[in-house]
Design a protein around this ligand. Structure first.
Ligand SMILES: NC(=O)c1ccc[n+]([C@@H]2O[C@H](COP(=O)([O-])OP(=O)(O)OC[C@H]3O[C@@H](n4cnc5c(N)ncnc54)[C@H](OP(=O)(O)O)[C@@H]3O)[C@@H](O)[C@H]2O)c1
Ligand SMILES: *[C@@H]1O[C@H](CO)[C@@H](O)[C@H](O)[C@H]1NC(C)=O
Length: 323
């Protein structure tokens, strides 16, 4: 009820359908409240692209209806194969799925956006995606050097993609408060979604509040934060064996990972846990049968240190660097 209250307060509506529940976007589209992450950044050395195909299939089998990919992940083909496998086995139909992909930084010119999405669709083997995001507000040339394309121009290309029916919804990723405001003030179609990092050590209260008060849904990437290994000796708590998270997990008969995902859901966010492990994929969606108390939410939020898992140092001097 708390989640519902928060979302209704901000004008978003939760659609109580089959599990998992959905968030109603500002354009009328419905987005399932948990997505499988397929970004390769946290893949083990032994992970192959075929693991992505299996992960997507296992996820759909376990009840996921939302998959998050991106052109830059280089795995849209395998994501598409996993989807095709699930459809061929009769587990779902295309219209029951919600597929998100993203425009990379080197395709920001207005007239590059639709062709880039068509290439993503061809790799995915789909006729449309449900959500297309500008991956970063930063534009680069193909060699990765900075380019001076305004994301407002990129957004016009995104609006064209939506108008053509190549994507049902359009949104952004890694946009900060000022960039959201500038986009809202200068566009015909407001972004339906902003996807950015949120976890116990990066709770992002101001940006979350800002998005929700403008009816922009939030997708939370790297939702585990430093709970899982990031190969950072200086990683701040909570780690997987944290006693506070552990006590909450024990109380509900859940794992530390499930508690941290539920923390995002209680805030009305759509977490994007990545896993290629069949057991953990199933574990991560099994978070809709318990609720955290206000005290527990506050205890988890007090881990916040505004420390990022994803920090792209090489872009610090680029125009529109958002962090
Ligand atoms: N828009 C953007 O700029 C952006 C940036 C970063 C990420 N993303 C999206 O967000 C997704 C998730 O982000 P992320 O991969 O950085 O972080 P994450 O999902 O927070 O963490 C993934 C790591 O946690 C492990 N894991 C998964 N479930 C677990 C569980 N229940 N218990 C213990 N460990 C578990 C995974 O290993 P196993 O696979 O072995 O389970 C993997 O090493 C990405 O895949 C991508 O789709 C978007
Ligand atoms: C957002 O990013 C822009 C571009 O780098 C920067 O000028 C601005 O100060 C940032 N705004 C916030 C609220 O972080």
């Amino acid at each position: 009820m708390r989640v519902l209250g928060l979302l209704l307060f901000f004008g978003l509506n939760v659609v109580l359908a089959t599990q998992p529940p959905c968030v109603l976007l500002n354009d009328g589209n419905k987005m399932p409240m948990i997505a499988l992450g397929t970004g390769r950044g946290t893949a083990k050395e032994t992970d192959t692209l075929d693991d992505v195909r299996n992960a997507v299939f296992w996820a759909i089998e376990a009840g996921y209806r939302h998959i998050d990919t991106a052109a830059v992940y280089g795995d849209e083909e395998q994501v598409g194969q996993g989807i095709a496998d699930a459809i061929a086995k009769g587990i779902v139909t295309r219209d029951q799925l919600f597929i998100t992909t993203k425009l990379w930084n080197d395709k920001h010119a207005r007239d590059q956006v639709v062709p880039a999405l068509k290439e993503s669709l061809s790799r995915l083997g789909l006729e449309y995606v449900d959500l297309f995001l500008i991956h970063f507000p930063i534009a680069t040339k193909e060699d990765g050097s900075p380019d001076n394309i305004d994301y407002l121009d990129t957004w016009k290309g995104m609006e064209e993609a939506k108008q053509l029916g190549l994507t049902t919804s359009i949104g952004v990723s890694n946009f900060n408060i000022s960039q959201i405001d500038r986009l809202l003030a200068n566009s015909n179609v407001p972004p339906a979604v902003n996807e950015f990092e949120v976890n116990p050590t990066l709770t992002q209260e101001p940006l979350v509040y800002h998005c929700m008060s403008h009816n922009i849904a939030v997708m939370a990437y790297s939702p585990f934060g430093f709970l899982v290994s990031r190969n950072r000796p200086d990683a701040p708590p909570p780690k997987y064996d944290d006693p506070i998270i552990g006590a909450i997990a024990a109380k509900y008969g859940k794992s530390p990972g499930q508690v941290v995902l539920r923390f995002a859901i209680e805030r009305g966010l759509v977490p994007i846990p990545k896993s290629t492990n069949q057991k953990r994929i199933a574990e991560n969606i099994n978070v809709f049968d318990f609720e955290l108390s206000a005290e527990e939410i506050a205890a988890i939020a007090s881990f916040n240190k505004n420390v990022r898992v994803i920090e792209i140092d090489g872009w610090k001097d680029y125009p529109n660097y958002p962090f």
